[in-house]
Design a protein. Structure first.
Length: 158
């Protein structure tokens, strides 16, 4: 990167980590579970009927499947999530948010939302928010398309 231009990537990653760290701190201070729990619960609640296939949830959260399995194990143990198998395909696993999971996610959202508003959104006007949001969406789309292209190339290799 050119030395006269701001290091946008580094600043974005640093800001993201700092805000997530502060969300974690505030959740802990309120006696609530960690941010990853919120993320997983929202990933489920935002799915059709509060349910997603495990691999779909991993993709939505951009988390490795083995990490997701451990996280869902903990959520299930606490009664926040239930898992089931697909009748037609025993390999396909589903996770669904429970009513208790919805209640907890809403409690966590209050802290999450106010922290993001205070530390991030308050720094951007409406036009900046739209531009930033559009740039992030394009970036995510390029990264996902790149991953899909790599996956196709691997499967085509003899």
């Amino acid at each position: 990167m050119a030395s006269k231009e701001p290091d946008v990537w580094f600043r974005f990653v640093r800001a993201h980590r700092a805000v997530i760290r502060e969300i974690e701190r505030r959740l802990t201070q309120a006696g609530l579970p960690p941010y990853a729990w919120y993320d997983a619960l929202w990933g489920l609640e935002s799915g059709p009927d509060g349910t997603r296939r495990m691999h779909e949830l991993a993709d939505v959260l951009a988390i490795e499947r083995y990490n997701l399995t451990r996280l869902v194990d903990r959520l299930e143990k606490d009664g926040l999530v239930v898992r089931s198998r697909c009748e037609g395909d025993g390999r396909a696993a589903f996770a669904s948010i429970t009513d208790e999971g919805r209640v907890l996610r809403k409690k966590m959202w209050g802290i999450y939302e106010s922290t993001v508003d205070e530390l991030f959104l308050s720094q951007l006007n409406a036009e900046q928010r739209q531009g930033f949001s559009d740039a992030l969406e394009r970036t995510a789309g390029l990264a996902m398309a790149s991953a899909q292209t790599r996956g196709r190339r691997r499967s085509e290799t003899p």
